[in-house]
Each structure stands twice: as C-alpha cells, then as structure tokens.
Design a protein around this ligand. Structure first.
Ligand SMILES: Cc1ncc(COP(=O)(O)O)c(C=O)c1O
Length: 423
C-alpha cells in the first residue's frame, strides 16, 4: 500500500489549514455562537413550495425533466429575471430588470463567487486590500492563490478610506503594483458587524475609480437589517464597470447554496468560465424553489424574521454588557455578529475556547482567523508596510442561531468564565 506521504500534494496544502468555520461546524454544543448559521429559516414556506412543486412535477413531466437536468452555467433566465427585479426594485441596483437581467448571474453560494473572482483576477504577487479584520472565506483563498493582502484599519463605521488611499500608495512604492481589488462587506460586516455610512461608500467608490481597482461589494447581510441602511455602493456604478456586487440566499432564504451577483461584463465572462470548470452549473431544482420564494414570499419572510434576529442581538448585547470583563464590543444594526475585544492584550481567545469554552458547551469563533496568515499592514507612521499580526484577544459572537433565552444563558456563562480567566 502506498505511504500516505508519497503523494505530491500541491504546495498550498502545507500552509493552508481547514476553514475555521468548517472545523467548528462539527461541534454540537448547547450554546452555539460560532458560524453564521441562520436560525430563522421560514421552513413552513419552503415546505409549501416543495408541496406545490411535487404536484406541478407530476402534472408536467417535461418541466420536471428540465428542472432535474443540467442548465446554463450562470443560471436559468427565469430565475435571473426574478433576481434582477428584486435587485433593482428593493436594493436599487442600477439595472433595468426587463432588459438587463442577464447582468445577474448565480453561483454555488456567494462563497463560490468570491473564490472564482479571486481565481479570475489574481496572479501570485498581485495585491488585494481588505479591512482588518476581514471575512476569512475571502482572506484564506486570497492567500492560497498567492495574493499579497494589505489589511487596512477599521473603526466602528468599518474600513477607514484614508488608510485605503495610503495602502494603494504603499503598494505602488513597495511592490511596484496597483492593487487589483478592494473587498468590503458594507452592511453588517463579517466579522465586526459594522456598517459603512454613505460618505465612506462614496469615498471608497471614488478611490477605486481613480486608481482603477475592482471594488468587491459583498452584500451577504444586506437584507438582514434592523434599520434602513445607506444604499449599496453598486448604486454609484451606473455603467456596471467598477463594482462586483455579491448577494446570497443563505441568510435571507435558506442555505440552498445559491449566491447571486452583478458583475462588470468582462469580469462576469471570466468568472463564469471558471465556474464552468468548477461545477458546470448550479442545480436547477434549487433555482426553481428560490424563484418561487423570491417571487411570492421573501417580503413576508423578512417581515417575520428580522424582528426575531433583532431580539437575539438584543439578548446577546444585554447579557454581554452585564457579564463580560473589561473590553469593547461592536454595536451592529443588522447581520449575525458582534465582535468583542478584551482590554487584556495577552488574552488568548483561541486557547480559551479550546480549554474552557468548549468543555463548558460554548462555541464562538476566535478572532485570529480573520487576519491573513501572511499579510501586510500599514506601519504606525504610515510610511511603510510591515507583516500583519492577528489580534488574538478578540472573538466573533454569532447571535443568529440560538434562541434569545439560550443566548442570555450562554453569554452569561461565557462572561463568568472569562471574568474568572482575565478578571
Ligand atoms: C460576508 C460573507 N460573504 C460570503 C459568505 C458565503 O455565503 P454563501 O456561500 O452561503 O452564500 C458568508 C457566509 O457566512 C459571509 O459571511
């Protein structure tokens, strides 16, 4: 039998670890504050849709044959039209849903779009700018594909545009390269939960226009908002040339692995070429289910679901403020996450989770993986780049999955354990 070490694995397998989110999905604990799992899925609506489809398929075997078959790589036209309608009417994305619906394409989750965009845009050594901290599902593939990641400071309003300007300048001086991409999650960011105000959205768009950088707007949480947010950055992109806009059904519908995007034409062509080799196409049956959901049910489902998420957020914030030791937390107005940082710089959130939290039935995501394993940050004086370092005294607490009473109980328990550990 072959020795398992004898295979010539690709280099990346030796320095990229399993996704922290995937690693944590396997734990079954009483107090689950880890991955961004939606806890409020309108299962009754999906049950009705499935029942409706079961009748339709028996009556119309040709439709069933098509829906259980391969389809176009970028998605079925009838589904893209439905998505285009929602994107233009509700999100105000500047596309004509009657004539420009083919600007929309779908992927297997927005995770696939993130990966395919990086795969399409990045050669080893190319430069990407992200907030610090940033969604690890974007950061890790970026590093895997050989990107130089420059992380930019954030505050309670998200990424700070003047540091983006600085990072571009330093990229040119230090690497001789204009960055290829700026990645942001403007509405209730993952992991910090912050929302970019309108003036920052505008400034970031202008910066990307001035420096010819593709702005990747990941709108994963845009529909899960407790108050009205500023419009998407994509609304400024009148000729669909600067912003790659990504949405997902995972948070606002169900985890059926469908992401949707509006990409500049030439970017879309390359991303779909990549997708063609990754999975050929997204399952048509799932598009059918979601087509019915987006056409008839989403508004009601959101009306019911958003107040329930808000309740969960409030339960978490209240319990955290009452029981956690000295530190700071963010104050999200939507999405799934609160970010907490201990005042004690020596607190090791990752070690604490393994040694204390998990044995006590508690799970969160330690902050470390939201910083690139190898990356660059702007030096204190602003004139240089230096290796970026993770802030290990942080954690991402997800309020989306557990009900409010479990959140209150679990966060109080976590607070007591943290207080015992770090005072
Ligand atoms: C910011 C962000 N982008 C993208 C994704 C990927 O979502 P999906 O692949 O389920 O569409 C997630 C999932 O948690 C996310 O938080």
């Amino acid at each position: 039998m072959a020795n398992e070490n004898s295979y010539g694995f690709a280099t990346w397998t030796s320095f990229i670890e399993e996704s922290q989110i995937r690693a944590l999905l396997k734990y079954n604990v009483k107090y689950y504050f880890a991955g961004g799992k939606p806890g409020i899925i309108p299962t009754d609506i999906f049950a009705d849709i499935l029942a409706e489809l079961s009748v339709k398929y028996k009556e119309n075997p040709k439709m069933a044959l098509d829906d259980l078959n391969y389809g176009p790589t970028g998605g079925q036209p009838w589904f893209l039209k439905t998505l285009a309608k929602r994107l233009s009417k509700v999100r105000k994305i500047p596309i004509n849903c009657e004539t420009q619906w083919d600007c929309v394409s779908i992927t297997n989750g927005s995770q696939q779009a993130l990966y395919a965009l990086l795969d399409t845009m990045i050669d080893p050594g190319d430069v990407i700018i992200t907030p610090s901290p940033a969604y690890l599902g974007f950061l890790v593939p970026a590093v895997k594909l050989g990107a130089r990641v420059i992380v930019v400071p954030t505050d309670t309003d998200g990424i700070i545009p003047e540091f983006v300007e600085r990072a571009i300048h330093l990229s040119k001086i230090k690497f001789g390269k204009n960055p290829d991409m700026l990645y942001v999650v403007p509405d209730s960011d993952n992991p910090k939960g912050t929302t970019l105000p309108w003036d920052r959205r505008q400034t970031l768009f202008d910066i990307c226009e001035n420096h010819n950088i593709l702005l990747l707007e990941d709108a994963a949480y845009a529909e899960i908002q407790f108050k009205k947010n500023p419009k998407p950055i994509k609304t400024l992109d009148k000729d669909n040339s600067r912003v790659a806009y990504l949405g997902t059904s995972s948070k606002e519908a169900a985890v059926l692995r469908v992401g949707y995007s509006v990409l500049p034409d030439n970017v879309k062509e390359q991303v779909l070429k990549d997708k063609g080799y990754l999975d050929l196409c997204t399952t048509t049956l799932v598009q059918r289910i979601l087509d019915i959901y987006y056409t008839y049910h989403i508004d009601n489902a959101m009306k019911r679901g958003i107040p329930l998420y808000k309740e969960r957020y409030e339960a978490m914030a209240k319990a955290l403020d009452a029981s956690f030791p000295a530190g700071t937390r963010t104050d999200p107005t939507g999405g799934f996450f609160i970010w907490w940082q201990s005042d004690n710089p020596d607190f090791n959130s990752s070690k604490f989770m393994e040694e204390v939290a998990i044995p006590n039935e508690l799970l969160y995501v330690p902050g470390g993986p939201f910083y690139p394993i190898t990356g660059h940050k702007i030096s204190e004086d602003g004139n240089d780049l230096e290796p970026s370092t993770p802030e290990g005294n942080t954690m991402r607490l997800g309020f989306s999955y557990a009900p409010p009473d479990v959140i209150s109980e679990g966060i109080e328990r976590l607070g007591k354990l943290l207080t015992k550990e770090i005072g």
